[in-house]
Design a binder for this molecule. Structure first.
Ligand SMILES: Cc1cc2nc3c(=O)[nH]c(=O)nc-3n(C[C@H](O)[C@H](O)[C@H](O)COP(=O)(O)OP(=O)(O)OC[C@H]3O[C@@H](n4cnc5c(N)ncnc54)[C@H](O)[C@@H]3O)c2cc1C
Length: 474
């Protein structure tokens, strides 16, 4: 009988796990998670996960270990560089090789190549599978044989394809008679020393079971998704993004669950899942996009980096309630509603003229669903410099966006209690409320005046855009 290491990466689940099923189908399985502190390569290097993601990862690894132990297996944790740690473990356990699921991020693709080469040179088998997406990122190509840059044709191509493979069941796992040593999970120091994660604890249950529960909770809402998905005050979306990011549920499972729960009525939600697929497809074809604008003229954009403005935005003290509500929801829960992500991102890059990379870095550190492909695409899209982007000149007005998508002000009242006493009419523009109403609501001393005047900021942003447009018409 052969023996395999299942190298656990961002596939923290037992169901629909191609690498695990292949390993379990052909022999004994030793699940191993390698924690690398030495891999470098900038903000998005594999070891540079954000603080909220680290919190999630800790709990998700603990949950996976529990699941494995209920089947007589366990998660072996090792520290070190991936090729060295895996080769060492292969020698210790006399295993035949390693199986893992791929991740399309540039740093991870590089690691895959090094690991495969090192293992093969040492005489071990190395097999990787697609485990994060609906399809391989290379199968949808334009007539010119290039990757797609616009979502709608990508979506049509995806729908023309055969549907994604049906999810695999969790396999029965055969364990070795003896186990190699393991580091303690706590020794990875993934949990923060301060108590800022209390809000995350209340909101989320990392792990495969938590992912299934979250999806089940969304079952009744999936048919109403199109009507409610833009309203941050209601639970109109699934909130499965962190579970998908950590692979506690696969994209294929989500896809088939949506279809089975609602048939053709699930189409708007499936389309949204396809945005995730699109983001990974684009990242695969344009790996430099993580810090370089896809539209090159934006490299000359006259951003005005200002740490004070960035900080006011981060802590939710811009004076625009819908922006501040989003930033506070993010800090408290590690998540933000998609509509509000677009509003706060637009405000940072257009009203405050701060480089989108600064916003992406803050999201990276604070989101529990921080995902290189989705985050980069979201920021480049909002800044107007990405593929299929919202044009730069389309600048969200935070007051009208607030009125349209949070008409009764429930969302801003929840996250910005300073304005909660104001009438609906003023709740999105407290500075315009009559003095007597402001005094009655008690906001005068506690809530800041708007950090910029939106009308002026808009003009400033449009002039900056005009400059790059005139120097490079494209
Ligand atoms: C500036 C900005 C930054 C973002 N950063 C991230 C990020 O780091 N991680 C992340 O997962 N999403 C990111 N998004 C996309 C989107 O906001 C979240 O995926 C969504 O809010 C997650 O909520 P949900 O699970 O309830 O989504 P649902 O509406 O229930 O959708 C289901 C799933 O589809 C995918 N999805 C939905 N919308 C998008 C989208 N616009 N782009 C890509 N995938 C999508 C997600 O995986 C999501 O979980 C970002 C968007 C913007 C505008």
């Amino acid at each position: 009988m052969s023996r395999w290491l299942w190298w656990v990466r961002r596939d923290l689940r037992l169901e629909d796990n191609a690498a695990l099923s292949a390993a379990a189908g052909s022999g004994e399985v030793i699940p191993v998670y390698i924690h690398s502190d030495t891999e470098t390569g900038g903000l998005h290097a594999p070891s540079a996960t954000g603080s909220a993601s680290d919190w999630w990862l800790h709990h998700s690894l603990a949950s996976l270990d529990n699941q494995l132990r209920s089947q007589g297996s366990r998660l072996v944790i090792r520290r070190g560089e991936y090729p060295t740690a895996l080769t060492q473990l292969l020698r210790e356990t006399k295993a035949d090789g390693v199986r893992w699921n791929r991740i399309v991020e540039p740093a991870q693709v590089g690691i895959d190549q090094i690991v495969s080469a090192t293992l093969q040179e040492s005489g071990f088998a190395a097999h990787s599978s697609e485990g994060a997406l609906l399809h391989e990122p290379t199968i949808h190509l334009t007539k010119a044989n290039t990757g797609y840059k616009v979502f709608t044709p990508f979506w049509k191509a995806l729908r023309r394809q055969d549907p994604p493979d049906e999810p695999l069941p969790a396999p029965a796992i055969t364990s070795p008679a003896t186990w190699p040593s393991s580091e303690a999970l706590a020794s990875l120091n993934l949990l923060p020393t301060s108590s800022w994660t209390d809000g995350l604890q209340e909101q989320w249950t990392p792990g495969e079971e938590g992912a299934h529960t979250r999806l089940q909770r969304f079952t009744d809402s999936v048919t109403a998704y199109d009507d409610k998905r833009d309203l941050p005050d209601v639970e109109g979306t699934s909130s499965i993004s962190p579970h998908l990011h950590f692979g506690e549920i696969s994209a294929r499972q989500a896809w088939w669950w949506g279809l089975r729960a609602a048939g053709s009525k699930a189409e708007p939600w499936l389309r949204q899942l396809a945005w995730r697929e699109f983001a990974h497809h684009v990242l695969w074809h344009h790996p430099t996009m993580i810090d370089t604008p896809l539209r090159p003229e934006f490299e000359r954009f006259a951003w005005e980096p200002n740490p004070r403005l960035l900080r006011r935005w981060q802590v939710g003290r811009t004076g625009y309630p819908i922006v501040d509500a989003g930033m506070r929801q993010l800090w408290e829960t590690g998540w933000m509603h998609n509509r509000v992500r677009m509003i706060v991102a637009s405000f940072l890059v257009k009203d405050l003229l701060q480089p989108w990379q600064g916003g992406a870095a803050w999201f990276w550190d604070t989101l529990v669903d921080a995902d290189l492909a989705n985050n980069t695409m979201g920021w480049q899209w909002t800044a107007g410099c990405g593929v299929d982007a919202a044009p730069f000149f389309r600048i969200f007005n935070p007051v009208t966006q607030g009125r349209r998508f949070d008409p009764a002000g429930g969302y801003v009242r929840r996250w910005v209690p300073e304005v909660s006493g104001l009438a609906d009419r003023w709740v999105h523009e407290p500075w315009n409320a009559p003095a007597v109403e402001r005094a009655e609501a008690g906001i005068s001393d506690t809530y800041p005046a708007p950090i910029v005047d939106h009308k002026q900021a808009r003009q400033r942003a449009l002039s900056a855009y005009q400059q790059i447009k005139s120097t490079c018409p494209s």
